[in-house]
Design a protein around this ligand. Structure first.
Ligand SMILES: [Zn+2]
Length: 254
């Protein structure tokens, strides 16, 4: 990884653990001249960063890594540390990561935000199902390796004539996913929920010509499976049942 032998680049040790946006802000701190170096050598640097407040930054090589301190409210890998690492490397004539490296090596921005999720819960029937599919992975600081489930049961999208049997088969299909070896009650919960809702949306599109008696039978199947999902298949601690309920309710009203 070292871009130049002999001297250790501080930027190398921060870049893989810093968000892209934070890195860019750190670069701006440098170009705006907001860092004052108090002292540095090949082992450590002390500097002041002038932002909303004045922050003290200390970086130091320790073992194979870098120990970091900044008095700002951000817990770690803040823009001030990035700025100080850049200046430290610059002062030691170490080549800085170029634009491409910054793009490739920093942590990409999350695909969704908490406000996307809030929006989804506000109107579960119209929600963008991709948001609930990836919410647990994207919004929590840690994840477990888990199965990636299909977006929708294969049976329901087949061009067969719509029937109760087709719905039954689709339900068994979703149920079978929970027996996959990497199935995770919590981290797969959004995907199971999204697949159920997707199935209901497809049923609704084909609902028009369905006989009332068959409609009621299908709704009963969905109601029973809804409970199975909530109580046996997923960890519903995030309240995903709201999405299941809204989609079943919509079928009852049509
Ligand atoms: Zn800071």
């Amino acid at each position: 990884m070292t871009r130049q032998s002999g001297k250790k680049p501080a930027t190398d040790l921060l870049i893989y653990r810093t968000y892209f946006k934070t890195w860019k802000r750190g670069e701006k701190y440098v170009s705006d001249g907001k860092i004052r170096v108090i002292g540095f050598d090949d082992k450590h640097i002390d500097a002041l960063a002038f932002g909303t407040d004045t922050y003290e930054v200390h970086l130091e090589f320790r073992g194979g890594g870098i120990s970091r301190k900044c008095t700002c409210p951000v817990s770690d890998f803040c823009k001030h540390m990035v700025a100080v690492a850049i200046i430290w490397d610059k002062n030691r004539d170490i080549k800085l990561p170029d634009k491409n490296q910054v793009e490739r090596q920093t942590i990409p921005p999350p695909l969704i935000t908490f406000s996307d999720l809030k929006k989804a819960y506000k109107n579960p029937l119209k929600a963008n199902l991709d948001v609930i599919r990836i919410a647990a992975d994207e919004l929590l600081s840690s994840s477990r390796n888990h199965a990636k489930l299909p977006k929708v049961p294969r049976n329901i999208t087949d061009e067969k004539e719509f029937s109760k049997i087709l719905v039954k088969k689709s339900i068994s299909e979703i149920r079978s996913w929970s027996r996959r070896s990497n199935f995770d009650y919590y981290f797969c919960a959004g995907e199971v929920t999204a697949a159920f809702c997707e199935m209901c949306r497809i049923i609704r599109e084909r609902w028009g010509n369905v006989d009332t008696m068959v409609k009621n039978e299908i709704i009963e199947l969905l109601d029973i499976f809804r409970d199975e999902i909530v109580y046996e298949i997923i960890d519903d601690s995030d309240g995903l049942h709201e999405f299941l309920d809204a989609h079943i309710e919509a079928l009852k009203l049509e």
